[in-house]
Design a protein around this ligand. Structure first.
Ligand SMILES: N[C@@H](CCC(=O)N[C@@H](CS)C(=O)NCC(=O)O)C(=O)O
Length: 218
C-alpha cells in the first residue's frame, strides 16, 4: 500500500462484513492495525465514528489521513487491486462483481441478518420472530443458487479464488450457527473447505487486536 503507512481497519470481531476484509488482508499478507468497534454497545454510532462513516457501520478503512472507505466489498477491491484476488480480465472482473452484488442483495440480508440476531444478539430470536421465516426462505434460496454454481465450478469467478469467494465465504461459513442446515449443500461445504485450505487463511475467531502478528498474515 502507499496512501498511509499502514491500513487502519475499524472492524468488529464477529461481524461477517468485517471478517471479509480481515480475511482478504491476511490472504495477501498485508499488515494492518485493527481497531475493535463493538456495534452492540453503540460504538459505531458515536459522533466521532459517524464523522468517519455516516452509515455508522463497520468495516471502515482509513485509506489516507482523514480519508475513509466504507462498504466491505468496496474495501475488498481497494486493498487487493494488483493481486490475484482481484481479477483484471474484463469478464472475470465483471463476474466477480456479479457475485459480490449477489452477496450483498441476496445472502447478506438473509443469512447475515439471521446470524446477527440469532448468534450475536442476546434474546434476538424473540425480538425477530416475525422476520425469521423470510430470512430462512431467502437465505435458502441464495444458498441454492450458490450450490448450483458450485456443482460445476470450484470457485465463483475466474476459475480461482477471488474476492467473490471471500465476500460469499463471510456469511456462508456461519450459516450453520443461525439455523441453516448445510447438509443438503455438498458443493458449498466442499467449497468452504477449499477456501479454508488457502495459504494465509485465518478464521473469523482469530482476533487481530489480541494477535497483532495475525494482522500481518503470520
Ligand atoms: N453493506 C455494508 C454492511 C455493513 C454492516 O451491516 N455492518 C454491520 C456489522 S456486520 C454494522 O456495523 N452494524 C452496526 C449498525 O448498523 O449500527 C458492508 O458490506 O460493509
Amino acid at each position: 500500500m502507499n496512501s498511509v503507512t499502514m491500513y487502519k481497519l475499524y472492524s468488529m470481531q464477529r461481524s461477517g462484513n468485517s471478517y471479509k476484509v480481515r480475511l482478504a488482508l491476511a490472504l495477501i499478507g498485508e499488515p494492518y492495525q485493527a481497531i475493535e468497534i463493538d456495534i452492540l454497545r453503540g460504538e459505531s454510532r458515536t459522533p466521532e465514528f459517524l464523522a468517519m462513516n455516516p452509515s455508522g457501520q463497520v468495516p471502515l478503512l482509513e485509506v489516507a489521513d482523514g480519508r475513509y472507505l466504507a462498504e466491505s466489498n468496496a474495501i475488498l477491491w481497494y486493498v487487493t487491486v494488483g493481486t490475484p484476488l482481484a481479477p483484471e480480465d474484463r469478464i472475470d472482473r465483471a463476474q466477480a462483481l456479479q457475485w459480490m452484488f449477489f452477496e450483498q442483495h441476496a445472502l447478506e440480508p438473509s443469512v447475515g441478518a439471521a446470524y446477527f440476531w440469532l448468534a450475536l444478539v442476546r434474546g434476538g430470536r424473540d425480538l425477530q420472530t416475525h422476520a425469521l421465516e423470510d430470512w430462512m426462505e431467502r437465505g435458502y434460496g441464495a444458498l441454492q443458487v450458490m450450490e448450483n454454481h458450485l456443482k460445476t465450478h470450484d470457485y465463483f469467478a475466474a476459475g480461482r479464488l477471488t474476492l467473490a469467494d471471500i465476500a460469499l465465504y463471510g456469511y456462508t461459513h456461519v450459516a450453520d450457527q443461525c439455523d441453516f442446515d448445510l447438509s443438503g449443500f455438498p458443493s458449498i461445504r466442499a467449497w468452504l473447505r477449499r477456501v479454508e485450505a488457502e495459504p494465509g487463511f485465518v478464521p473469523m475467531t482469530r482476533n487481530p487486536v489480541l494477535n497483532p502478528a495475525y494482522a500481518a498474515g503470520a
